[in-house]
Design a protein around this ligand. Structure first.
Ligand SMILES: N[C@@H](CCC[C@H](N)C(=O)O)C(=O)O
Length: 285
């Protein structure tokens, strides 16, 4: 019997970014990449990321969170998924403040009375080794990617996961699938990268399309919105507070001056809950 069989799940989304939540705190087991791929099949529980809750490593946190993309790969960060698990945990405990830990660090979340969730996503990392890049490129805010020089320079930012942001005249007009799939695997990005195309639509508004590492094109990516807010400040395009609008809707992003942390605010939606079956996990019943 697969140890994940008969475990409860919750399906949610953050601006259309499809999130599967597995709370394994009571009886932790590993979620192998093959199980994530089986569950993500279109006829089963198609998701972009699975947020898997494990017992906390620190007494002040609600859980340690592991994040899997739908190709089975791991990510240290997922902004939309973090809002989803914060809303669930706040509902469960009756308190609006929730602290999680992930591979990227602490995630301090607040569920507001209007249901919007604010997450302190921590400080971005901007050094080439931290992003990571394959080698020292000089200024990580202006990186010409070999073979893609026609796109102009990428701004590289890590929000715990690697992001390349291209500011372009019209993000709606970009071939997000074609360019994203090629750039995700570019040798300059040794851990692959999330690829974003961003356009300024007002002094404090950015239009964003994202190709996600390990998940492909999604309706929204919270860490990409955070990274884009940081990238816009680094390149002198905006102030520190912006609205980033993705196909799934807007996120409010602030790169706080006092401590360098990035704050993301946006909605979540509960869809349905259920129990995993052997068939969902790709096994005979
Ligand atoms: N959708 C997420 C990002 C998920 C992780 C990403 N695909 C990666 O592998 O880095 C978000 O909302 O941040």
């Amino acid at each position: 019997m697969n140890p994940l069989s008969h475990r409860p799940f919750v399906k949610m989304n953050g601006l259309g970014n499809e999130i599967l939540v597995l709370d394994l705190r009571a009886d932790p087991v590993e979620v192998p990449p093959a199980a994530a791929r089986a569950l993500a099949r279109p006829s089963v529980l198609p998701f972009d990321q699975a947020m898997v809750l494990y017992p906390p490593r620190r007494a002040d946190t609600a859980a340690f969170v592991r994040i899997l993309n739908n190709d089975g790969s791991l990510s240290a960060a997922c902004g939309n998924g973090t809002r989803c698990i914060a809303a669930l945990e706040a509902e469960r405990t009756g308190t609006p403040h929730v602290l999680f830990e992930s591979e990227a660090g602490l995630l301090d979340c607040t569920v507001r009375p209007d249901g919007q969730v604010k997450v302190d996503m921590g400080a971005p990392r901007l050094g080439w080794r931290d992003i990571p890049l394959a080698h020292d490129v000089g200024d990580t805010a202006s990186v010409l990617v070999p073979g893609f020089e026609n796109l102009g320079p990428a701004v590289m930012v890590s929000m715990g996961n690697p992001h390349a942001i291209f500011f372009v005249p019209d993000a709606d007009a970009m071939d997000v699938e074609g360019l994203g799939a090629a750039l995700e695997h570019h040798p300059l990005f040794p851990e692959r990268a999330n690829i974003s195309f961003a356009s300024l639509t007002a002094p404090d508004r950015i239009l964003l399309h994202v190709w996600e590492r390990g998940a492909g094109r999604t309706r929204a990516c919270g860490t990409a919105a955070c990274a884009t807010g940081v990238a816009a400040v680094r390149t002198g395009r905006t102030g520190r507070a912006v609205t980033v609008t993705l196909p799934g809707g807007p996120l409010e992003i602030e790169w706080r001056e006092s401590d360098g942390h990035v704050l993301m605010t946006g909605p979540v939606e509960h869809e349905f809950a259920g129990t995993l079956t052997p068939a969902m996990l790709g096994e005979a019943a």
